[in-house]
Design a protein around this ligand. Structure first.
Ligand SMILES: NC(=O)c1ccc[n+]([C@@H]2O[C@H](COP(=O)([O-])OP(=O)(O)OC[C@H]3O[C@@H](n4cnc5c(N)ncnc54)[C@H](OP(=O)(O)O)[C@@H]3O)[C@@H](O)[C@H]2O)c1
Length: 338
């Protein structure tokens, strides 16, 4: 075991684009598990754009991270000492209760129950396709988007962890799927590897024109991870009774002043469309069944996935920033194991 427990704390609430200096590296003692608790040594940290929101002082669907507190995030680690009847040394767990630190104690009363990584399953998949991002794609697309075979489904942030899974589930449901992503490499992955009908590079000219060309019959389901100008462009191309899934709006997460909303919301009335947001935890009781179905699709090769795995605990803030720089293809992870 190491002599100390390195931790990344939230130092300051970001204004505008999040900075590495908003975090502070500290060395602390390795905690000891009390009765009913167990100690975990972290192997992987997972990063999600929503963590930018947790750094503000605004109440949301979960409380903000306090200044001076260990940064919150999903992790996978190995149980190295246990005083808990259900967890044994050597087992791997995914958890929300450890965050950005090398060691953490898990006990009753955490944010969410720890989940054991099943034998033979790559641990990183529990943070991606079979973790919160895969589940977000599953419920957002199927429950909120309600795709029907033959629909045209448009997905923004399509080469990311959530978007790539949402797009492929839509394909599995018999839809014609077009993804929007930044850059030729991501667009090539969407068509050549994920097998989408089309991919639009939003950095390459008018998204509005590209949607018009690639979705000539209009968009039945728009799964939106980005918001802003891309949402506005999609609203111009709704088919009758379209469903717009507001999964996220990353384009505005680092804006000091939120930009004005889309100017064309009335298109929802004209096309009798429906726009609905959701938070994945709304579906908590169905997580296990959904993860089982997702695992089946992955094993059958119907869902392919990418992971961007950086290394080194000291690189946690830098790795988080990659999400906002568009550097990740698929799930953004950090391997901190020795
Ligand atoms: N509702 C929920 O419960 C829930 C749960 C999890 C995640 N989410 C949301 O789902 C979305 C995707 O999350 P994720 O974890 O899967 O991340 P991700 O898509 O793997 O990574 C973020 C991607 O967003 C794109 N991006 C960054 N800044 C952008 C900008 N200004 N304009 C357009 N695109 C930009 C980048 O791809 P490009 O290179 O293509 O720009 C980047 O790779 C986020 O909005 C997140 O908040 C919602």
């Amino acid at each position: 075991m190491d002599a100390v427990n390195r931790q990344w704390l939230l130092r300051s609430r970001p204004i505008g684009m999040v900075k590495e200096s908003d975090f502070e590296l500290r060395e602390a003692e390795i905690p000891s598990p009390a009765d009913g608790e167990f100690l975990v040594k972290t192997s992987y940290l997972a990063f999600e754009p929503a963590m930018r929101g947790w750094m503000t002082d605004q109440e949301s669907y979960i409380p903000p991270v306090a200044l001076g507190e260990v940064m919150r995030g999903a992790t996978v680690g190995e149980v190295i000492e246990s005083n808990h009847p259900d967890f044994e040394s050597g087992e791997l767990v995914s958890t929300f209760d450890v965050g950005w630190q090398e060691y953490g104690v898990i006990g009753p009363g955490g944010m969410a129950p720890p989940i054991k990584v099943p034998e033979g399953v790559p641990p990183t998949i529990m943070l991606g396709v079979l973790g919160l991002t895969g589940l977000t794609a599953y419920f957002g697309l199927l429950d909120i988007g309600q795709p029907v075979s033959g629909d045209t489904v448009l997905v923004s942030g399509a080469a990311g962890a959530t978007g790539s899974v949402a797009a492929q589930i839509a394909k599995l449901k018999g839809c014609r799927v077009v993804g929007i992503a930044g850059g030729p490499e991501k667009c090539a992955w969407l068509t050549d590897v994920a097998g989408l009908a089309g991919a639009l590079d939003y950095k390459l000219g008018s998204v509005d024109t590209q949607i018009a060309e690639s979705c000539p019959d209009g968009v039945n389901v728009f799964f939106d991870n980005v918001g802003g100008a891309i949402l506005e462009a999609a609203l111009n191309h709704l088919a009758l009774n379209a469903r717009i899934v507001i999964c996220g709006g990353i384009s505005a997460y680092n804006e000091a002043t939120p930009p004005p909303g889309p100017s064309n919301l009335l298109n929802l009335a004209i096309q009798r469309g429906r726009m609905q947001g959701f938070i994945v935890t709304d579906f908590l009781p169905r997580f296990e069944d959904a993860a089982t179905e997702l695992a089946g699709w992955v094993m059958a090769g119907d869902i392919v996935y990418e992971e961007d795995i950086q290394t080194g605990f000291e690189n946690a803030p830098k790795t988080f920033l990659r999400l906002f720089q568009g550097l990740n293809l698929g799930k953004q992870l950090l391997n901190i194991s020795d």
